[in-house]
Design a binder for this molecule. Structure first.
Ligand code: LLP
Length: 422
C-alpha cells in the first residue's frame, strides 16, 4: 500500500489514480506525463474550507505551484481566489474565470506594466514588499485616477525550519518589510492618496510541517494591526498568512490544518478581519504524479541506473533542492533493488532519486514520481530542447482528460526568427 495519498493507490498490481490505471494513461498519452486527480484538488480545498468555517476567510490558491487553467477552474468553481506573482499569472487566473475581486498579487519586483495590468483588471489587492513599491503603485494608480488596495507584506522574522531556498520570513531574506521600517513610514503611508491599506500579509516559507511558526507570525501580525489601527489606519480589513502548509513527500505527518485553524480563530475571531491564506503545495502537491518510462537499465560498476525519458527539465525539485520524491513502479513487482533514477539530460545533477530502494524495475516499465503536483510542471523548462510534457486530469468520473498537449518540435522554435546574418 502506498500511504502518501488516498488518490494514488495500488489496485492489485496496478497503480491507479481514482480507478484509472496509470500504466494505461502512460501508454495512451505518452511519457513524460503529469497526471492529476480532480477529486484530490477538490477535497483538499474543501478540507481547508471546513476547517475555517465560522470565520470570514478567503482561500487564494497559490497558482505558482501548478497553474494549468483546468485546475484553476476547479478551484474557482469552489469559490477559491488566486494568489499570483506576475502578469502572466493574472492572465492565467482571468483566463480560468477567476473573479478579479479575489486575486491578490505578491512579488518583490512588480513592473509598471504588471501594476497597470493588475489595476485595470480590478484585483482585490497588491501584497507590497517595500515602501518603494508602494510609491510606484501610488504613482500609477493616481495617473489612472484609481485607488489601489494594498496589504503590506511584513517580514515577521520567524524561522520556518524548512529548506533555506524556500524560507522567506527571516530578516536576512529579501522578502517583506521589517516591522520597524514600516513604523518609521506610518505617516508617509497615511499621506499616500493612491493606495489604501487593506491588510497585513506574511509568508514565512514553504513545506512547513508544524503550526508553531505560523502562530508566531500571526501573533506579530495581529499586534501590528492593532498598532496600526491605534495610529488611525481604520481601513484594515484583512490579515493574510500566506501559504506554506507542508505535504507528504516521504513520511511527513499530514499538516494539521484543523489545529492551525483553531489557533487562528482564537486570535482573530473578535478583530473584525477577513483571513486570507495562500496555500499552493497543500492543494496541488500530493494530487499529481509524473509518469516516466524506463528507457534503459544500465549497470555501471556497483551502480544500477534506471535511465528514464523524464528529466530534470520536467521536474527539477530533486536536482535543485535535493528534494525527496517517492518513486513507485506503475506495476508492482516482487522484490526490490537499489538504483539511481536519472534522466537523459547532459548533467550529473539530472536525477529523480539516488541510491533508492524501489521495486525491481525493467526496461519499458513506467515509473511514477509521486507528490509532483506542486512545483513540477510549473517549474518545467525546455532545456536540451526537450518538449514540455503533457498533462492529464483524472476526472471525478475516473476518466482521463488531456488538459495540456505535449509540446511539438515546432513549438520549440515557434518564437525564434530566422534573421539574415552578416
Ligand atoms: N504565497 C507566497 C507569497 C509565496 O511566495 C508562496 C510560495 C506561496 C504563497 C505558496 O506557498 P506553498 O503553499 O506552495 O508552500 N519551488 C519551491 C517552492 C517555492 C515556494 C515559493 N513561494 C519547491 O519546489 O519546493
Amino acid at each position: 500500500m502506498n500511504s502518501y495519498s488516498d488518490y494514488f493507490t495500488y489496485s492489485g498490481r496496478d497503480l491507479v489514480c481514482d480507478g484509472a490505471s496509470l500504466r494505461e494513461a502512460a501508454a495512451r498519452f505518452g511519457t513524460p506525463l503529469y497526471v492529476y486527480t480532480e477529486r484530490g484538488f477538490r477535497e483538499r480545498l474543501l478540507e481547508i474550507e471546513k476547517a475555517l468555517e465560522g470565520i470570514d476567510h478567503l482561500v487564494c490558491y497559490s497558482i505558482k505551484s501548478n497553474s494549468n487553467i483546468n485546475l484553476l477552474k476547479i478551484m474557482t468553481g469552489l469559490g477559491s481566489g488566486m494568489d499570483v506573482v506576475s502578469g502572466g499569472e493574472i492572465y492565467r487566473a482571468l483566463a480560468a474565470g477567476a473573479s478579479p475581486g479575489k486575486i491578490v498579487f505578491a512579488g518583490v519586483g512588480k513592473t509598471d506594466e504588471e501594476i497597470a495590468y493588475a489595476l485595470d483588471s480590478g484585483i482585490l489587492m497588491f501584497n507590497c514588499e517595500s515602501m518603494l513599491e508602494i510609491d510606484e503603485i501610488n504613482r500609477i494608480a493616481l495617473r489612472k485616477n484609481m485607488v489601489a488596495g494594498i496589504a503590506i507584506r511584513i517580514n515577521p522574522d520567524v524561522d520556518a525550519n524548512t529548506h533555506h531556498y524556500i524560507t522567506t520570513g527571516k530578516k536576512e531574506n529579501k522578502f517583506g518589510v521589517a516591522i520597524d521600517h514600516l513604523r518609521e513610514n506610518f505617516k508617509k503611508l497615511g499621506d499616500t492618496r493612491g493606495v489604501t491599506l487593506l491588510g497585513i500579509h506574511a509568508h514565512i516559507g514553504s513545506q512547513i510541517t508544524s503550526i508553531e511558526p505560523f502562530v508566531a507570525a500571526l501573533d506579530r501580525q495581529v499586534a501590528l494591526i492593532e498598532e496600526l489601527r491605534r495610529a488611525g489606519f481604520d481601513s484594515i480589513r484583512y490579515i493574510n498568512m500566506g501559504g506554506g502548509f507542508g505535504i507528504r513527500y516521504r513520511d511527513e505527518e499530514f499538516f494539521p490544518v484543523a489545529r492551525l485553524a483553531e489557533e487562528i480563530k482564537k486570535r482573530i475571531a473578535s478583530l473584525g478581519l477577513t483571513l486570507i491564506i495562500e496555500p499552493g503545495r497543500y492543494l496541488s502537491g500530493n494530487n499529481g504524479a509524473l509518469l516516466v518510462k524506463v528507457l534503459f537499465k544500465k549497470k555501471s560498476g556497483a551502480k544500477t541506473f534506471l535511465i528514464t525519458d523524464g528529466a530534470m527539465n520536467d521536474l527539477i525539485r530533486p536536482s535543485l533542492y535535493n528534494a525527496y520524491q517517492h518513486i513507485l513502479n506503475c506495476v508492482r513487482r516482487d522484490g526490490s533493488e537499489v538504483v539511481d533514477v536519472v534522466g537523459p539530460v547532459c548533467e550529473s545533477g539530472d536525477f529523480f532519486a539516488k541510491d533508492r530502494e524501489i521495486t525491481v524495475s525493467a526496461q519499458g516499465d513506467y515509473l511514477a514520481v509521486m507528490s509532483a503536483g506542486a512545483y513540477g510542471m510549473s517549474m518545467a523548462s525546455r532545456y536540451n530542447s526537450r518538449r514540455l510534457p503533457a498533462e492529464v486530469l483524472i476526472g471525478s468520473d475516473g476518466k482521463a482528460k488531456l488538459i495540456r498537449e505535449r509540446d511539438t518540435f515546432e513549438d520549440l522554435v515557434a518564437k525564434e526568427r530566422l534573421e539574415k546574418l552578416v
